[in-house]
Design a protein around this ligand. Structure first.
Ligand SMILES: Nc1ncnc2c1ncn2[C@@H]1O[C@H](COP(=O)(O)OP(=O)(O)OP(=O)(O)O)[C@@H](O)[C@H]1O
Ligand SMILES: [Mg+2]
Length: 454
């Protein structure tokens, strides 16, 4: 039995959905606004949220954001009136499972709820039973860019050289780190991961170095830190640029002396670890601007490995899709879906801001959601993340109140800014996308005073 949380300010909808879902054998909690919904999520074991996009007080989009942030494992299904269909589409692009349009068709509601629960179930299964299989994708792709990554891994894995893995979100940095460990003489030892961004500043020292009993309020027992746990193996410092300067100083000391003390302890502990670090930030810039210690940077950056974003190795797209389509099919008996030529065209044009992770999530959703065996372009459009973050999206400009020249210029400026953003300020690429020459684009940038790198 699954537990479903219904969030709608209309009592009629709450009533109908509660009844129907009960009849289908699910547990249901129904609440009328976002605050109550978030409270319910803290106290009840919810598998699926059915969320009205148009709510009083806290809007549905904000509720969705809070759910995705605090309960990423919970699927969200949006309900929307015809007037708010744009918001519903936006919500799907932000990670909602799908949307249902009012007036609700009960058959359709039941099917979509079943699908959402199926996805939940598959994810859980993947997490539990097949965890290693899920985490350890082999490195797929034959592009030159990935070839360089492979060659660097090959060259450096055998030594104890410290490696810094650089690349955007979801490009496969962790995969690279694990591969380095696997190919090293330490592969029989532990691979220990620390995500420096997700540990609160007050706890990171204890997390890294461990603590003695009673060293602070919650230290009820002695605990080993990650450095100690990684002894004889590899320590993966993920999101290293998010470490505070104070912690950086301590990590630097450990690297130099290969020993440290537990928090609240006196005894010096020596360890034998190989360090691999990763970040999605521009770490050289962090160094220049004083947020990352230069000495630590040089220490960890003995071998830099830059993992290229997917849009720079679109040659890998077919192979990746093929691999994930088979791996993430809707069930053990289901046949893997195919992508129509038009769907493929769209995927090739997509900028993949979330890289391989986005691709993987996309395939997972399409496999379960698409009713057709050959996935259409329309389905792809529906489930593909949009490049622009809705939070940053500007309110729609009131072109109607402008004179033609002004409206044209405003529009042109916005388009240029957007294209430059899509291409990370690369003038050649942006001008190609706009169908004008680079020098023409330069002139316009000057005319509008745009900062192409922003
Ligand atoms: N070349 C690849 N072939 C197959 N799967 C891949 C490849 N690269 C990444 N993946 C898969 O994509 C997902 C994201 O990869 P990973 O977690 O290594 O990225 P990351 O760069 O560490 O992301 P983040 O910056 O968000 O931490 C993982 O599930 C990983 O297994
Ligand atoms: Mg990572």
């Amino acid at each position: 039995m699954s537990h479903i949380l219904v969030v709608d300010d209309e009592i009629g909808i709450r009533q109908v959905l509660s009844d129907v879902l009960h009849d289908e054998g699910h547990g249901v909690t129904a609440v009328e606004d976002g605050y109550q919904a978030l409270r319910a999520l803290e106290t009840e074991p919810v598998d699926l949220v059915i969320l009205d996009v148009w709510l009083p007080n806290m809007g549905g989009i904000d509720v969705l954001k809070a759910i995705k942030k605090n309960h990423p494992e919970v699927e969200v299904l949006i309900i929307s009136g015809h007037a708010n269909i744009n918001m519903a589409v936006q919500a799907v692009k932000m990670g909602a499972f799908d949307f249902l349009e009012k007036p609700l068709s009960l058959d359709k509601t039941i099917t979509v709820v079943q699908n959402a629960l199926k996805l939940e179930e598959l994810r859980k299964e993947n997490r539990n039973l097949r965890q290693s299989l899920y985490v350890d994708d082999p490195m797929i792709g034959s592009s030159a860019g990935l070839g360089r990554v492979r060659a660097l891994i090959e060259q450096s894995a055998g030594s104890d050289a410290r490696i810094l893995v650089l690349g955007e979100n979801g490009t496969g940095k962790e995969l690279v780190a694990r591969e380095i460990h696997r190919r090293s003489h330490r592969s029989g030892g532990p691979f220990v991961e620390v995500n420096c961004a997700s540990i609160p500043e007050t706890l990171i020292e204890s997390e890294l170095f461990g603590h003695e009993k009673g060293s602070f309020t919650n230290a009820v027992a002695r605990r080993k830190g990650k450095f100690e746990l990684a002894d004889g193996g590899t320590l993966f410092l993920d999101e290293i640029a998010d470490m505070s300067l104070a912690t950086q100083a301590k990590v630097l000391r450990v690297i130099q002396e290969l020993k440290f003390e537990r928090v609240g302890g006196e005894q010096s502990i020596g360890v034998d670890v190989r360090l691999v670090a990763a970040t999605n930030r521009n770490i050289e810039q962090e160094v220049r601007e004083g947020r990352f210690r230069e000495d630590l940077y040089f220490r960890i950056n003995v071998v830099p490995i830059r993992v290229p974003p997917l849009r720079e190795r679109l040659e890998d797209l077919d192979e990746l899709l093929d691999y994930f389509m088979k791996k993430l099919k809707a069930g053990p008996e289901a046949a893997p879906k195919r992508l129509s030529p038009e769907a493929m065209k769209l995927l090739r044009r997509h900028p993949w801001p979330g890289n391989i992770r986005e691709l993987k999530n996309f395939v997972e959703r399409v496999n379960i959601m698409a009713e057709e065996q050959e996935v259409s372009a329309e389905t792809v459009r529906r489930y593909l993340t949009s490049r622009t973050d809705p939070e940053r999206e500007e309110p729609h400009k009131d072109y109607a109140s402008m004179k033609l020249t002004q409206a044209k210029e405003e529009f042109e400026r916005d388009l240029l800014v957007r294209k430059l953003e899509e291409h990370q300020g690369n003038i050649t690429q942006a001008s190609r996308a706009l169908g004008i020459s680079p020098s023409h684009l330069h002139n316009k940038i000057r005319k509008y005073g745009i900062d192409p790198k922003k």
